[in-house]
Design a protein around this ligand. Structure first.
Ligand SMILES: *Cc1c(COP(=O)(O)O)cnc(C)c1O
Length: 734
């Protein structure tokens, strides 16, 4: 595939060889690079806008649905051909990576890259290998690493049924639908071993050795290997191992973690791609460290302690939540059944092996915790915001003999988002006009007051309005489809088509329905909310979306409650629920809303990233001072709910937060949004938007995040000298 993509395409050369044109299209579809290049997205869309929508933005499916003849005709008629040639040329140049900043600074990582292990990778809605924020973060990490030239390979699982599709029934109750994926419609290719046969690795599952096959997806320059147990050689039970993401059953869970961790290391070894560093994104992949220790003992003929130290220096662990349920615990029996064999292989007593996952190794009843295992082995661990770093240090103090918080060796790297993946085309083009082509590569240098001042309020407002109109069109189509599916009468369906007002203040709230995120906080005082939302002079509309984990009944009750409350006539249809939150729904929302609402119960939101996605789209955050917002908010770059304190009584805390939320809306958000000049432009609002872009755009981007990992963790862990990032900044200043 590589060779073809690096071919000699020249944008000036009008393609006459049609098979060349088709193979270029296929190459573009097969590298997820297209997902963050709006001009390539536009090519697929323009080939057939209706089919593009029908196939849920899956370019491989699009190419399968249209005949070669149709594709060629469309490309010719619509003058898309030159754009295809241009895009293929750009991809080829990108893949060569001559100008990638980190590459010459990557030291030995150029030969032995970082292996980034994650249970989920969210790259695009058409690749169902993610459930939520953790996956999106992993996907954004691979994309930014690719852009910067940080050598990285991702290791994850290919789920036969992915995560579920959400549909609400007439009572607002969430139903889950699982559809088997068709691998021929995904941008993945089988991986072959050195013997030319399909690469298979074994994993140890209670005395059996099921085969795992390996697929490769390309994320720009980053490779992502996806492991899949669904091969005919395996028994039915093993074939289903990689069936669904986040199964609640602990037996399935421990086996999936064996496939990811142990299977992942074995895959890298089989490909002769042993990494310099393993980065565990969450504890799910911690068995990778045990397998690496085991292999190092075999290869180097050293004992456990030496090998543990070798691996520990090269391991990085990122923890993502202070919620206990977010950490995997396995009963001693389940652990013994599955990993007891390591006692022999690692030469450890039962106490010492089990003790790797226990705070107190001498307590045989303590379950085996994957977070503890990773914290004990990896020499470098971090939380995902400054506040979460502190919370994590306190949480895991017992592991370090109750040392004081400051002495617990857990740092932080605050999360960020991959801007080119989340920014709306209109905003992207506006910034390109004022900051120059390729501006997303140099945000640190370019998002300055002087440069942003070149953009007039009128232009900024117009660009945001374009995205907002797209969001409203999208939402109306979704609401119409939802109403049709539920068999609602014709007048209700017609109503769905008319919902929402492009001039109203639009608030978005979309996230998993985990209780601590408190999706229903806004409804704390329905009368007060009705006065806010129902005001016809200054209307407010609110878009909700989000899934509840299938096993989380309380989350489903929250959704049901929310949908019922939203139907209260006093809200005049201005509160809507968009079903089946995924990256596509998320993209429309963050691009089009004026306000992104975030009201978790402090301090339980480790970072949160959805609010970071609105920044470059010209939206503003309204958030509790938790997670990333605790370090981001400066008094002017958005809005705060409350003052950052928290109360031990959760009920009391929620009462206070609700009151502060209403006050912020009534006294700050709504008046500022509706303060207009005679041409309808809200200058004071746009001043905040510009300031938000300036102060947050770079700091909460995935480029900044990956750069931090690269200089502060990856290079030191690889035993290399760290590098100075001033040259990176200077690039953009040229
Ligand atoms: C960004 C994103 C998230 C993360 O949301 P937070 O609750 O802010 O962490 C979850 N799901 C999807 C689909 C996203 O795009």
């Amino acid at each position: 595939m590589h060779e073809a993509m690096m071919g000699t395409s020249n944008p000036m050369y009008l393609e006459s060889d049609t098979s060349g044109l088709l193979s270029k299209l296929r190459n573009l579809a097969m590298n997820l690079w297209w997902t963050w290049h709006p001009e390539v997205v536009a090519i697929f869309r323009d080939l057939d806008p209706d089919v593009w929508r029908d196939v849920n933005h899956n370019p491989i499916l699009l190419l399968q649905q249209l005949t070669e003849q149709q594709l060629i005709e469309r490309a010719r008629e619509g003058a898309i051909e030159a754009r295809i040639n241009e895009a293929a040329h750009r991809l080829g140049t990108y893949l060569k990576g001559d100008d990638a900043w980190a590459r010459p600074r990557a030291s030995k990582l150029r030969v032995w890259p970082v292996a980034y292990f994650s249970f989920e990778f969210g790259l695009h809605e058409s690749l169902p290998t993610y459930a939520g924020g953790l996956g999106v973060l992993a996907g954004d990490h691979l994309k930014s690493a690719s852009d910067l030239g940080v050598p990285i390979v991702g290791i994850g699982l290919l789920y036969t049924e992915g995560y579920f599709h959400q549909r609400l029934d007439a009572d607002g109750w969430q139903n889950e639908e699982y559809a088997p994926i068709d691998k021929s419609r995904l941008p993945i290719e089988p991986v072959y071993g050195l013997d030319g046969k399909r690469l298979m690795v074994d994993v140890p599952i209670v005395g059996r050795s099921p085969k795992i096959q390996v697929w490769k997806a390309m994320v720009g320059r980053s490779e992502l290997y996806l492991l899949d147990s669904n091969v005919p050689e395996n028994c039915k039970e093993d074939r289903q191992l990689t069936g669904r993401l986040y199964e609640a059953d602990p037996t399935t869970r421990i086996r999936q973690e064996i496939v990811l961790g142990i299977g992942g290391i074995r895959t890298l070894a089989a490909m002769h791609k042993m990494p310099a560093i393993v980065h565990c994104n969450e504890g799910h992949s911690a068995f990778a460290l045990l397998e690496w220790i085991r292999l190092h003992m075999v290869w180097e003929g050293v004992g456990f302690e030496k090998s543990r130290d070798h691996v520990g220096r090269r391991a990085i662990f990122t923890t993502h939540t202070p919620i206990p349920a977010g950490h995997d615990y396995f009963s001693p029996d389940l652990f013994r059944e599955h990993l007891g064999y390591l006692q022999r292989d690692l030469g450890l007593s039962a106490r010492d092996l089990f003790g790797l996952g226990r705070i107190n190794p001498d307590d045989p009843s303590e379950p085996f915790c994957m977070t503890v295992l990773t914290l004990k082995i990896a020499h470098r661990s971090n939380g995902v915001s400054a506040l979460h770093g502190r919370v994590s240090r306190n949480m895991w103090r017992p592991l370090w003999g109750m040392r004081s918080e400051q002495e617990v060796p857990i740092g932080h790297v605050t999360n960020g988002v991959h801007v080119p993946s989340w920014i709306a085309p209109a905003m992207y083009q506006l910034l390109e006009r004022h900051l120059g082509v390729g501006w997303t590569d140099h945000m640190e240098a370019l998002l300055t007051r002087e440069r942003l001042a070149r953009i007039s309020d009128e232009e900024l407002w117009e660009a945001h309005q374009i995205s907002k109109n797209r969001l409203i069109g999208f939402t109306r189509r979704r609401l119409e489809a939802q109403a049709q599916y539920r068999g609602e009468p014709a007048d209700r369906i017609e109503e769905a088509r008319q919902r929402l007002d492009p001039n109203a203040l639009t608030i978005g709230f979309a996230r998993r329905f985990a209780s601590y995120k408190r999706a229903t906080l806004l409804f704390h005082d329905p009368d007060r909310l009705a006065r806010i939302v129902g005001n016809d002079e200054r209307p407010v509309q609110i878009l909700f979306a989000g899934k509840s984990h299938p096993a989380n009944e309380i989350g489903k009750q929250y959704i049901q409650k929310l949908v019922a409350m939203a139907a209260d006539p006093r809200f005049k249809g201005r509160i809507v629920f968009v079903e089946n939150y995924d990256m596509g729904v998320g993209r429309h929302l963050v691009q089009g809303v004026d306000i992104w609402l975030n009201n978790p119960l402090k301090p339980l939101e480790a970072s949160g990233t959805s609010g970071q996605k609105v920044v470059l789209n010209g939206g503003l955050n309204l958030s509790v001072l938790d997670g990333w917002w605790a370090e981001a908010y400066d008094g002017s770059n958005g809005f705060a709910i409350g003052y950052g304190g928290y109360h031990p009584d959760q009920e009391e805390q929620s009462r206070r937060d609700a009151r502060h939320l209403y006050e912020a809306l009534e006294n700050e958000v709504i008046p500022t949004f509706y303060e207009r000049d005679d041409r309808g432009i809200p200058h004071r609002w746009l001043e905040k938007v510009r300031w938000s872009i300036q102060t947050l755009g770079w700091r909460f981007s995935a480029d900044r995040m990956v750069l931090d990992y690269f200089t502060e963790l990856y290079l030191p862990a690889a035993g290399a000298a760290s590098c100075d990032t001033r040259s990176f900044r200077a690039l953009g200043e040229k």
